[in-house]
Design a protein around this ligand. Structure first.
Ligand SMILES: [Fe+2]
Length: 190
């Protein structure tokens, strides 16, 4: 259920939900962030349902965890740059862990975007930029180019990062949108 409903200037209504990451995002440590809720159209999107089922099929749980309903987090995140020379930065702008046991990322689209490289490192590098990581600490680095190009992390095994997005040569603006799906047994949610 939405926690807050706001009337927007254009006459539409947007619901906002509380998003808690505990201490996992040092840029918002211990804070509750308000995120606009999914629209009814996205909630009932059959591709979204398929992606959630596909991602969940990649996860593994112990017997105790399987006793609980699983909370599914769904986030649409867009990095948007409105001028050449600008850049859009994800939060946190460093290697980090999310706190949810599993998170999957699916590229929705990227348009005229440079950068946005994903880096996966060993967990002890959470809090650092990839440049500070020894070669053996980097497990993978890649760029999601095609719509629905995807990756998943088991959060306790790795830290992860996405580099800022900039505008490609010759373009005026850039965007990169990803869908994040995470899974948490409800026993773990205070
Ligand atoms: Fe993250």
């Amino acid at each position: 259920m939405p926690d807050v409903v706001a009337n927007m200037p254009d006459g539409t209504t947007v619901s906002f939900n509380d998003y808690r990451q505990g201490r996992h995002n040092p840029e918002f440590s211990g804070l509750v962030r308000q995120m606009p809720g999914l629209t009814e159209g996205i909630r009932s999107n059959s591709l979204l349902a398929e992606l959630i089922k596909f991602d969940f099929a990649q996860t593994a749980w112990n017997e105790a965890e399987l006793c609980w309903p699983v909370h599914v987090g769904v986030h649409l995140l867009k990095l948007s740059v409105d001028r050449p020379g600008g850049r859009a930065v994800a939060s946190p702008d460093m290697l980090h862990q999310d706190g949810e046991p599993y998170t999957f990322a699916h590229l929705i689209y990227r348009r005229d975007a440079e950068g946005g490289e994903n880096v996966i490192a060993t967990p002890e590098y959470a809090g650092n930029l990839p440049e500070a990581v020894a070669d053996e600490g980097i497990l993978d680095r890649f760029v999601l180019h095609q719509p629905l190009a995807s990756y998943g992390v088991k959060d306790d095994l790795v830290s992860h990062y996405v580099a800022p997005v900039t505008v490609a040569d010759g373009a005026e603006t850039a965007e990169r949108a990803v869908l994040l799906i995470d899974f948490t047994p409800m026993a773990q949610r205070a």
